[in-house]
Unconditional design. Structure first.
Length: 123
């Protein structure tokens, strides 16, 4: 499975890890998982979206839809993206930011520990 979605109730944090290429079939599964998550969690939360292992493919627009779904839910307090230090990682993040209108706080990181620390500081 090229993605993993989990929720830490103690931190009230969604973890969304993307690993490798995402196909259109994968996007359907991800959207279903996100719909289920949003239906089950009515309160506000933070999100750590790890795209460090995400590989650019022709389906990148479809993969981004699942991230946008969470961001646009109105339940998100802040999100932290983990990307590679490469230009491609920055390009992926810029694409999501440009295509998604949100009022949440957002930062980009290359290390998960730094992202966790920042999100924890907002609680």
């Amino acid at each position: 499975m090229p993605f993993d979605v989990s929720f830490n109730e103690k931190k009230n944090r969604l973890y969304y890890n993307v690993d490798g290429f995402i196909s259109n079939d994968d996007v359907d599964e991800i959207l279903e998982a996100m719909n289920k998550f949003l239906a089950e969690h009515e309160g506000k939360f933070t999100a750590l979206i790890n795209m460090r292992e995400f590989k650019v493919s022709e389906d990148v627009k479809e993969a981004i839809k699942s991230i946008q779904q969470i961001i646009q839910s109105g339940k998100l307090i802040a999100d932290a993206f983990i990307v590679t230090k490469s230009a491609i990682g920055k390009t992926q993040f810029d694409k999501i930011t440009r295509d998604t209108k949100t009022g949440t706080e957002r930062r980009i990181f290359t290390r998960e520990e730094d992202a966790e620390r920042w999100l924890d500081s907002l609680a």
